[in-house]
Design a protein around this ligand. Structure first.
Ligand code: PBG
Length: 342
């Protein structure tokens, strides 16, 4: 090895731990396997139907048959959990989000099909009104423009039971209404779905990084009188982290099985904070805008997509997330396998 002639008088040299790839791997603190990733899928009606999403290069809305193919490919690569979001035709959306309580709606049908076909997979369904609401909000809107908490919670609880009936392993309330976790747990238990897990979107911020997702579902708040322009009366203020701990404590008390922080990258401190607060599993959602940023920069030749994506996902795990919802799940799994010569 290269020997220096002059040397500093220091005995501690942290670089010794970085000398070779073998040593670096021995001391590596975070290993993110593909089994730790959840792949979100956007579902549309029809058969053999694939609609690319412009603001999310590489992602498409898929009819159930194509989504099933995608799940099979993902499972081959070690990604076995799927978060389903229905992209409904505008004609199915109403101000009261009625389609959400149709037991044969697109989401229930997709859940049934995927769970029937692939036994070992885990299906996570989203509990919120926005995919079904013509007003683009996660809750019901009163005449004066208030997002009505308690009436919404009642609907969410019914929705969770429908999803459990359809075969969902995990229901994930993403709406940020107060008291929904407790109401959902009670409704599931009363309907005998005591094994259905609740993954609560505990600290979901009123983030501008959801833009591409709202393109995908066409679910942005409607531009209409007495419809709030944003979701700030229910999603959290990006400036706050102590408040995340309050939300976490409530979710724990109400019976959440897992907590989520969303988005991920701008909120690593919140992930670390909740990791220190609770022993429950913590998920992070690497959201659509985070995905789009890397894609756009990579398309311009400004960033190395593979290296940046792997760095970002590893960092989210390092901050304390046990598992990560990411649109890069399949890519990551492929790269990970290449790196490990599988
Ligand atoms: C809504 C919901 C949103 C996302 C997941 N569920 C958007 C929103 O709150 O407007 C965003 C996910 C993403 O951006 O990838 N219930």
């Amino acid at each position: 090895m290269y020997q220096t002639t002059t040397s500093l008088d220091i005995s501690r040299r942290p670089r010794r731990l970085r000398t070779s790839s073998t040593i670096r791997q021995l001391v590596c603190e975070t290993t993110l396997t593909p089994q730790k990733l959840v792949m979100p899928l956007f579902i549309i009606e029809g058969r053999c139907n694939r609609e690319p999403i412009d603001s999310m290069p590489g992602q498409s809305r898929l009819s159930i048959d194509l989504a099933l193919d995608e799940c099979r490919q993902a499972i081959e690569l070690g990604v076995r959990a799927f978060a389903l979001f229905p992209a409904l035709d505008a004609s199915k959306k109403t101000p009261r989000a009625d389609e959400g309580l149709n037991p044969d709606n697109l989401l229930c049908e997709a859940t049934r099909t995927i769970k029937d076909a692939i036994e070992e997979c885990c299906v996570i369904t989203d509990i919120a009104l926005d995919p079904y609401s013509s007003l683009g909000h996660d809750g019901l809107i009163d005449k004066d423009g208030t997002v009505n908490n308690d009436e919404t919670v009642e609907i969410l609880a019914q929705m969770a039971v429908l999803h459990a009936e359809a075969g969902a392993d995990i229901v994930a309330p993403s709406d940020m209404m107060d008291g929904r976790v407790g109401a959902i747990r009670t409704a599931l238990d009363e309907a005998n779905y005591t094994s259905t897990l609740i993954l609560s979107y505990t600290a979901k911020y009123a983030s501008s990084f959801y833009g591409p997702f709202r393109d995908a579902l066409d679910s942005a708040p409607a531009d209409a009188p007495n419809v709030p322009k944003d979701k700030r009366t229910y999603q959290m203020d990006p400036a706050n982290s102590r408040e995340a701990s309050i939300e976490a404590q409530l979710d724990i008390d109400e019976g959440a099985d897992m907590l989520m922080v969303k988005p991920a990258l701008p909120y690593l401190d919140v992930i670390a904070r909740l990791r220190a607060q609770t022993n429950l599993p913590i998920a992070a959602y690497n959201v659509s805008g985070e995905y789009a940023m890397i894609k756009a920069a990579a398309q311009n030749g400004w960033l190395d997509e593979r290296a940046c994506t792997m760095e970002v996902l590893t960092s989210i795990a390092r901050a304390g997330a046990d598992f990560i919802l990411t649109y890069s799940a399949m890519d990551y799994a492929r790269w990970w396998r290449e790196d490990h010569q599988l």
